[in-house]
Design a protein around this ligand. Structure first.
Ligand code: GUN
Length: 298
């Protein structure tokens, strides 16, 4: 069997095309959707991601600004900056790129972002609403994975989804989202993590296998049920002397062997990554629409 590739770039461009009309309407009514991205430190991978988000905004007509701060920035300075953008009515979305330096308390930062500008969906109030199945900003990567599944004809309803990794950005929120009693979700979930014994025992039972561990190419063909849908959310920088940057981004899945067994598979890059960006843009447009009174109360 050779798996069908789920093309994240193509699906992300469909999502972005749909956003264009909404952005046009906002601009016609005098509102230019706008996003602030805050980057603390100079981690090259974080820098690359923030630049990709910035470029995607520009392409679609969303105003975006990157605020770059040194690694030594104090927590209180970052909190002040967030407070400043919370007050600025021309700013609709605020994202603080993670990870943050160790001296900054991530929870304090997540709590500081205005709930209505929290386009990353990391504020505990938004995470709580998601847990309750109420409308909220949903973290972009799990939301992007839901779109990838549904738009590729792999509705997770009634399927067994096995998620590898309980991280706050992907695995944990996705375990909630994909098990909600709603259209395009309603899946039975197994959440595996570093404490799981005999990982292969669980992965082989997955109709849908979502890998979000951050362990380069660890999932091999023998761990996958024939015909399964494999979603690879891993993004680990591994040394690569043949690359101009000196590193490449590797997924959690050994793509070559896995694609011999799986029914559908996402590549890295070009799978989940473009969807994360598309859903961030969608959340930013929703935030601007909310301010314009054009969408339902969140
Ligand atoms: N770091 C890795 N993924 C993300 C994300 O989706 N949002 C932010 N803010 N930081 C990240």
């Amino acid at each position: 069997m050779t798996a069908e590739i789920i093309d994240g770039k193509k699906i992300a461009s469909e999502v972005k095309k749909e956003l264009k009309g909404r952005i046009g309407k906002l601009i016609d009514s005098g509102i230019e959707p706008s996003l602030i991205a805050v980057l603390v430190g100079d981690d090259p991978v974080s820098k690359q991601y923030v630049n990709m988000k910035h470029k995607a905004c520009a392409k679609l007509g969303i105003k975006s600004r990157i605020v770059t701060l040194p690694e030594s920035t104090s927590e209180s300075k970052l909190l002040d900056l967030i407070g400043y953008f919370n007050q600025d009515n021309t700013v609709h979305g605020i994202l603080v790129q993670l990870p943050l330096p160790d001296h900054i308390n991530q929870l304090k930062i997540n709590l500081a972002v205005d709930v209505n500008k929290d386009v990353d969906g990391f504020h505990p109030a938004n995470l709580g609403k998601m847990l309750l199945g109420k409308p909220s900003f949903i973290p972009a990567t799990p939301l992007g994975i839901m779109e990838l599944l549904n738009r590729s004809g792999n509705n997770p309803e009634g399927k067994h989804t096995v998620i590898l990794g309980r991280g706050e950005l992907v695995g944990r929120p996705l375990s909630v989202l994909i098990s909600l009693k709603s259209n395009g979700a309603n899946s039975t979930v197994t959440l595996c993590h570093s404490g799981t014994k005999e990982l292969g025992h669980f992965t082989k039972q997955a109709d849908i296998l979502v890998c979000a561990m951050g362990r380069a190419e660890m999932i091999s063909a023998d761990m996958i049920k024939p015909g399964a849908v494999v979603i690879d959310s891993g993004t680990t920088a591994v040394d690569d002397s043949t690359s101009e940057k000196g590193y490449r981004i590797a997924g959690d899945v050994d793509f070559e062997s896995a694609s011999e067994v799986a029914g559908y598979i996402t590549p890295v890059p070009g799978g989940v990554g473009p969807m994360t960006i598309a859903m961030l843009l969608a959340n930013t447009v929703s935030a601007a629409e909310k301010l314009a009174g054009k969408s339902d109360e969140r």
